[in-house]
Design a protein around this ligand. Structure first.
Ligand code: PMP
Length: 445
């Protein structure tokens, strides 16, 4: 709780107390939250009028930068024309058009789309589709879901169950019938690799062990983030995703890529599946889908899955699932305007063009005090700092706070500083991110 003495005024004290801040240690959180007020292009402006360079695209979502008029106008037009329309047993044109456009940029075969309002809902929806798919085909024994250590798949019960972040699970109950693969972070073998690490593809073979342990006939799906963002940018070793694909295919297990972070150009292609040439059976998306402007998520799935689900021998199985706001007209309008920006500014491949410069700059921070690893791909990066013995996470948080004071927004996960700037970034912004971060790390020694 905020202590009364720190509160600036009675009025703002009330304001600060009522909002339960998400993913914030509210019990320990003593300071005034940093308050942002407006945003344009690569920059936020805070309530004191200071500019803050956005090194994280908000929360990995504002890929086209901030304040995009095209999205604002599309949203405003749509609210005036039709604020809401049900999509249960009826519809309106926008989600049909959006689904078709998404299929057009998706990996081959992933041409059916189920809309949600968030990444968490997309994950839970994908897991449910996998279960219903096996059930409809008469393979109802396939109930086991396999996630991965350190994975973040949102906060639904499905997502925290297949997820592997202990703090997000501890206070709750999780689903039965879940197992986990090991994560792929390997500082001993892979530290300071430029791009994808070369060691560790064999970690995928743990899946064979889980198949031996549980029996393929009991396993429904494997879900992984192509790169684990929230855990601190843990990259897939070269060949790892291919191996997961090969093993899942051999055993009839549905493979789901959670592309909530990697979708929409973050790694230099519309989806990581394309950049790394591995096509899953389903992928989840959110965040960049609407440039973060309006909440929306989606599951893109292979037509074979939907066809099998709808024509399987177990005819009483339908996919009874949906949200009041699935395919919401205003969100769909925002997404269509966003896709148009991505297309016209070629943002979905821009991270591949900038990757080398970004990589060179980022790796110039190697050798600074306490830097134990630097990871990068596309327009994503992480600077991994050594933890203080008695207070893990404190160094990362200090770097985050100092960067913010000096006009740069970064994200810290424990002692890992994650970067994922808007894809409209120009070389001058990159220099500024690296200069500020480097100087702060130097001084946080
Ligand atoms: N999956 C992944 C990979 C994510 O990174 C996130 C959000 N950071 C989610 C799911 C959850 O998305 P949301 O917060 O929109 O529910």
């Amino acid at each position: 709780m905020n202590s009364p003495s720190r509160k600036p005024s009675a009025e703002s004290a009330t304001r600060l107390d009522s909002f339960w801040m998400p993913f914030t240690a509210n019990r320990q959180f003593k300071g005034r939250p940093r308050m942002l007020q407006s945003a344009e292009g690569m920059f936020y402006t805070d309530t004191e009028g200071r500019q803050v360079l956005d090194g994280t695209a908000g929360l990995w979502c504002c890929n086209a930068g901030h304040g995009r008029r095209e999205i604002a106008e599309a949203v405003s037009r749509q609210i005036s024309q039709m604020d809401f329309a049900p999509t249960f047993q009826m519809g309106h044109p926008l989600p049909f058009e959006l689904a078709e456009q998404l299929a057009g940029i998706a990996p081959p075969g992933l041409n059916r789309v189920f809309f949600t309002n968030s990444g968490s809902e997309a994950v839970d929806t994908a897991l449910k589709i996998a279960l219903a798919y096996h059930r409809a085909r008469g393979e109802g024994s396939r109930r086991l879901l396999i996630g991965r250590e350190l994975a973040y798949h949102g906060v639904g019960f499905g997502g925290i169950s297949v997820g592997g972040i202990a703090n997000n699970r501890r206070a709750y109950t999780t689903l039965p019938n879940v197992d986990h693969l090991p994560h792929t972070l390997d500082l001993e073998r892979n530290a300071f690799t430029r791009g994808l690490p070369v060691n560790g593809a064999e970690q995928a073979d743990h899946l064979e062990r889980l198949v031996n342990l549980h029996g393929a006939e009991n396993i429904a799906a494997v879900i992984v983030e192509p790169l684990s963002g929230s855990a601190g940018v843990i990259l897939p070793p070269v060949g790892y995703l291919q191996r997961l694909r090969e093993i899942t295919r051999r055993h009839g297990i549905v493979l789901i890529f959670d592309e909530v972070i990697t979708g929409f150009g973050r790694v230099g292609a519309p989806f990581a599946a394309q950049r790394w040439e591995v096509v899953p059976d389903m992928l989840t998306a959110a965040k960049g889908l609407t440039n973060g402007a309006i909440p929306m998520g989606a599951v893109l799935l292979h037509s074979a899955l939907q066809d099998a689900l709808m024509s399987g021998p177990e005819q009483q199985i339908e996919f009874f699932h949906g949200y009041t706001y699935s395919g919401h007209p205003v969100a769909a309008a925002a997404a269509l305007a966003t896709l148009e920006i991505y297309r016209s500014e070629q943002l979905l491949t821009r991270a591949a063009d900038l990757e080398e410069d970004w990589q060179t700059l980022l790796h110039s921070l190697a050798g600074l005090p306490n830097v134990v690893d630097i990871r990068n791909t596309g327009l994503v990066g992480a600077v991994h700092l050594a933890s203080r013995e008695n207070s893990p996470g404190s160094r990362g948080y200090e770097v985050f706070e100092r960067c913010f004071r000096e006009g740069l927004l970064v994200r810290c996960t424990g002692d890992i500083i994650a970067l994922s700037p808007p894809l409209i970034i120009e070389p001058g912004h990159m220099d500024r991110i690296i200069d500020t971060l480097g100087s702060v790390i130097q001084r946080t020694a």
